[in-house]
Design a protein around this ligand. Sequence first.
Ligand code: ARG
Length: 595
Amino acid sequence: MNTLIDNITDEVTKAFVANGYDEKYGKVTLSNRPDLCEYQCNGAMAAAKEYKCAPFMISDKIAEALLGNSMFESAESVKPGFINLKLNGEYLAQYVSEMKADEGRFGCEKTENPKTIIVDYGGPNVAKPLHVGHLRSAIIGESVKRIGKFMGHKVIGDVHLGDWGLQMGLIIVELKERKPELVYFDESYTGEYPTEAPFTISELEEIYPTASGKSKVDEKFKAAALQATHELQQGRRGYQALLSHILNVSVTDLKRNYRNLNVNFELWKGESDAQPYIPDMVQMMKDKGYAYMSEGALVVDVAEETDTKEIPPCIILKSDGASLYSTTDLATIVMRVKDYNPDSIIYLTDQRQSMHFVQVFRCARKTGLVDEHVQLKHIGFGTMNGKDGKPFKTRDGGVMRLEYLLDEINGEMFKKIKENQKEKENLDITDEEVEQTAKTVALAAVKYGDLSNQASKDYVFDIERFTSFEGNTGPYILYTIVRIKSILKKYEASGKSLPQGDILGAHSASEKNLMLVLARFNAMMENAFEETAPHKICAYIYDLSNAFNSFYHETKILSEEDEAIQMSYIGLLMLTKGILETCIDVLGFSAPDRM
Ligand code: ARG
């Protein structure tokens, strides 16, 4: 289905052309004065310059030409030369009816030109617990991925595990100190290694920070860890076996955590998977003369003439020949091109990694790792702050583990829902159901709280505000959906079945406004995809919920006596529910049946 705004633009453009003006002046936008009109065209203002006349002479003609048009209820020329438009109610209802008939898509067509897009998000590090810093990457990345899928693209989410480097050596050395008798350390051993890991996830999560702490004060320990890392990377059997235990235990735990966040990855690749691609890549960069030695390191220049600030060279190998974070990311690009030939790779990390990605992307382009048409995009997000405006920490100042944070919010939500049930005297709900509902609502609170901000901005993680049932919050959106579900249920309980037919022209201003907001769905979704901007979906569903709730408060729906009108109302409810549910699914959360 064409977007409504395109349909309107087409009509207005025709009027411009019919009056002898260029078609480019017919562009229509959403009104910025909803008290005066619904849509507006400012083309006469610009056209006046070309045609050397007063703008209102043009806007007058256009408004007159549009008068008889069945698409509009009114078309007004307003000095100095604006054209204010209101849609005809029947036309709008027809548009909204077509949306409703287009079940599941609601007028938003899938792309005719599907692209392969890799979304690199999550980025947890093996053996380190997930902390709040990983939350944004997971939440925003999951939504970016789902938006792309909804638009019909082939989108592949890759967790890109941090499973390479010193942290592995640290764990190995620490483990060796604790349990030297383990067979993994016996170099003469040639048999099979045990399938059971010699540690649990909680041990692992304690071993790593301990080892990391030691390495900062104990030179010998650090040297041993470096050596172990080196031997691991050279393929020492016992260490390789330990690595797979570390990976298994860690990944099992990570999967559980991500499942609780309703985040799913298509690929569980890690930094280690890219390592085999490094030697050939480095050789190519040398052979083609891109990489050269500078102060002992192998580097590629990536500065460009137009740079306004200094962009340092991309370091490919350190002086000891070791690879770096950037080397791994470059090799990962090689691997992804080979495996998936993507049109686009989108990375989600903290903004503080921006320079890293500028260097990596430029280096990848310059050395020809990707074709020109391939888009490499870094979405750097801001910091999640506490109420004090500083990065979010636990009460005692430590890094907050994601699990504990979510538990806390689940608890908060549980209390709220209990209270709400008591108020509504809905006492037939079991504690188990409340607990399940609390989890669903809590997740919406956290995700919406994050996604409703433009990603690049810092935001304050305010549990109290996020969990509120009122205002611009996830629970408010869910509350709206639950309200609609409940009306539909009552309607069906009265023996009527949900109507398939058309929606009638609006009977009130609030109903028309609801239709106008509904009709923006396809254009909004396309735009959210183009701009990789989940916050636009949040802003939209907030508008939609407000529009619905105004309509709801002003309209008797279940007691409406005119059957046809009631059916039309119910149709509107079905469409509103369908769109809200589609949007929250794309954002990565869902609604309960009651709350
Ligand atoms: N593991 C990294 C971190 O914790 C994030 C990885 C992001 N993705 C990437 N391709 N560099 O900071």
